[in-house]
Design a protein around this ligand. Structure first.
Ligand code: AVJ
Length: 321
């Protein structure tokens, strides 16, 4: 395998540029208004999200990192040697080191991300840090169909999907997503997935509406982005960020609520937003451990193990196809 050492490989599937204008027109045209949450992450939004992860109220990131750190050796023992690690939405690849450091001779790391610059920078850094690892960066939308790099190192294939990113999907979308990935990964493959847990609104609502107002800025940036990129005229100062936990379903719903009547112009379109009207921008679904395991089972995954923190805020699941 000497040819693999130190040489970053790059597979560009040229994911379609998501059309913000089309999505915005569609989202503002209906009876209830909404904008898909994937548009939160432009350059400013991504920086604000990194700051959210450091907030005292936003427990998921540090709790998951704690769980991964505390149990990496146990995970590594199940994974075995020469594994191929496929990470979905790898971003800055900040968490994979916890796993790589615990693994016995991992064969390859396949970070998949839609953001080409971000992906390449992170993949290069990992390749430098782990010169013997075969790093195969894949620029793709991981919800779309594309070929995964072959797993020819002789070990297991592991899919790593941290961060409770799955929480942005409704449970039925999550079922479809996991079903697609169990088929794609194939028999014997493992998935390590971070899933945020249900808990009291007194913890959840501040986590999505922090005292310093960083999450509010993250949400409002979506409107500012539309003004910058599409020339809309949202009066951003007249919208308020709102996060409400619905304990019956386990959903944190995030809205931007207009504080005054506004007419928003976009090309030839005019959208009226009434005072008090909400634009829905994000949901973050929370699970009971047993409910998530049941969902995974329907999708073709057996629950092999699950780890949590002492306060049972967050869970990391080891699933097997
Ligand atoms: C990136 C989807 C995991 O739902 O906790 C954080 C996004 N939005 N604060 C989450 C988010 C506002 C985050 N996920």
């Amino acid at each position: 395998r000497p040819d693999a050492a130190g040489l970053l490989r790059f597979h560009d599937h040229e994911p379609a540029q998501d059309d913000f204008r089309t999505a915005l027109v569609a989202g503002l045209s209906g009876v209830s208004k909404s904008i898909p949450c994937r548009f939160l992450y432009d350059a400013s939004g991504s920086l604000l999200f990194d700051r959210i992860c450091e907030l005292p109220e936003y427990y998921p990131t540090r709790t998951e990192v704690g769980i991964l750190g505390a149990n990496a050796a146990e995970m590594a023992a199940v994974i075995g040697s020469c594994a191929q690690i496929v990470e979905l939405g790898s971003g800055s690849s900040a968490k994979i080191g916890l796993l790589l450091d615990a693994l016995d001779a991992p064969w390859s790391y396949v970070p998949i991300d839609i953001s080409r610059e971000h992906l390449l920078g992170a993949a290069q850094a990992i390749q430098q840090q782990y010169p013997a690892l075969r790093v195969e960066a894949v620029c793709a939308d991981f919800a779309q169909e594309f070929d995964l790099p072959a797993n020819d190192g002789g070990g297991a294939r592991i899919c790593f999907y941290p961060g409770s990113t799955i929480g942005n999907l409704t449970p039925s979308e999550a079922l479809a997503f996991l079903t697609q990935w169990s088929a794609r990964l194939g028999r014997g493959a493992l998935m390590i997935i971070g899933v945020d847990l249900r808990k009291d609104a007194s913890i959840l609502e501040p986590a999505y509406d922090d005292a310093a107002g960083v999450t509010a800025r993250f949400s409002l940036n979506m409107l500012a982005r539309a003004n910058r990129e599409l020339g809309t005229d949202f009066d951003v100062s007249r919208f308020r960020h709102r996060a409400i936990y619905h304990p019956d379903t386990g959903r944190v719903g995030i809205d931007l609520v207009a504080q005054a009547d506004q007419i928003i112009h976009l090309d030839h379109h005019r959208f009226r937003v009434a005072e008090g009207e909400a634009i829905h921008i994000e949901d973050s679904w929370k699970y009971h451990i047993s409910d998530f395991q049941a969902l995974a089972a329907k999708a073709g995954f057996a629950a092999r193990d699950v780890w949590t923190d002492d306060a049972r805020l967050f869970s990391v699941h080891l699933l097997e196809v």
